[in-house]
Design a protein around this ligand. Structure first.
Ligand code: COA
Length: 329
């Protein structure tokens, strides 16, 4: 077998909308309290897209920042992958709009609908293309406007989610010079529409007066089941990385920004200190596919990644689907 081409990460960027939705504002919308939200989730505010904003527009801003960071022109991109469950429309793919508007004239593009694991899955797909020599430069965008599918009359879900976009550009390591991709995983546990889903609007329950009346186009979630699943797989993915590379090699864990209590429970179960974790949940909430690339982009900007050490990115969500990404910085 031909040896695989080492891949690195050469550009990062992110964008979050200006409007903040605070816990105090949510108190006026549903029967909740700032205390309850902070204690159960660690979230104090989240960003909400403005009326004129669409997912592609946020993805474009993040992608342009990643291109500038990579000092790469859009014509150099071979592929644009947009990871989202809140694309501009059912089709065409949001990646096509992003690719066109940033000027990626040579690139192909498609979307990945892996919910909160989207960016990790997209990065694994990028690795498949680059490491086998099929493509050189792949843009992976995670972008979500969850506020358009969250039911702001359902206190179980509306306190958790926010909007935003993050982008990464992968290329062969000799050009990237940093962020060597070491591996990771993509996994699923079969269908779980009853646990975490938007039931309406697809072929199972197409849009109808009835589906709208029953609010089926909004996210439904079994919080406790998701909580247990997330703690379990988060801990498994980190443990696997520790077993594979050794604890001393791990410089930072940048998880899907799901809920501070989930992250603390998983770290506690592994007897690992929270200082190893990068979190922005307090400011941004859960932004699904955008959460890992935004957190990675912020962590790099804050100088939190240690040279030569590993950055581990576990993600998990609807599917149920989960996976992780391991980069050496
Ligand atoms: N404010 C006040 N009370 C709330 C509330 C809110 N925003 N949301 C739920 N509650 C209530 C529930 O209705 C329930 O009331 P009841 O006992 O009268 O029925 C009570 O709080 C306890 O609910 P429970 O579900 O046991 O709370 P919890 O400690 O499990 O926390 C979540 C709820 C949603 C915060 C938690 O389950 C969670 O974070 N799950 C994972 C969700 C997630 O991250 N999803 C995305 C995955 S990618």
């Amino acid at each position: 077998m031909q040896s695989l081409i080492p891949m690195g990460l050469c550009g990062l960027g992110h964008y979050v909308p200006e409007k903040r939705l605070t816990n105090a504002e949510l108190e006026k919308m549903v029967d909740t309290s700032d205390d309850w939200i902070v204690q159960r989730t660690g979230i104090r505010e989240r960003r909400i897209a403005g009326p004129g904003e669409v997912t592609s527009k946020m993805g474009i801003l993040a992608a342009q920042r990643a291109l500038a960071d990579a000092k790469m022109s859009p014509e150099e991109l071979d592929l644009v992958i947009c990871c989202t469950v809140t694309g501009d429309q059912v089709f065409p793919a949001t990646a096509c709009r992003i690719g066109k508007d940033i000027g990626a004239k040579r690139a192909g593009g498609f979307d990945i609908a892996a919910a909160c694991s989207g960016f990790v899955f997209g990065s694994q797909v990028a690795a498949g293309f680059i490491r086998t020599g099929v493509y050189k430069n792949v843009l992976v965008v995670g972008a979500e406007i969850l506020s358009r599918i969250v039911d702001y009359s359902d206190r179980n879900t509306c306190v958790l989610f926010g909007d935003g976009a993050g982008a990464a550009i992968y290329t062969p390591l000799d050009r990237a010079g940093r962020g060597e991709f070491l591996g990771g995983s993509i996994q699923m546990e079969g269908a779980s529409e009853d646990v975490l889903a938007v039931p309406g609007g697809g072929s199972r329950f197409p849009a109808s007066h009835e589906s709208v009346d029953q609010r089926m186009h909004f996210m439904k979630m079994g919080g406790t089941k998701v909580f247990r699943f997330a703690v379990r797989v988060f801990a498994e993915l980190v443990q696997r990385t520790v077993d594979q590379y050794g604890l001393d090699e791990i410089g930072i864990i940048i998880p899907h920004q799901v809920n501070q209590r989930i992250i603390e429970s998983a770290m506690d179960s592994l007897s690992l200190p929270m200082e190893m974790v990068f979190s922005n949940i307090e400011r941004l909430g859960n932004t699904s596919a955008a959460s890992v690339p935004i957190a990675l982009s912020e962590a790099v900007a804050a100088g939190r990644l240690k040279k030569g050490k590993l950055a581990v990115m576990p993600a998990f969500g609807a599917g149920l689907a989960w996976g992780h990404l391991v980069l050496r910085w």
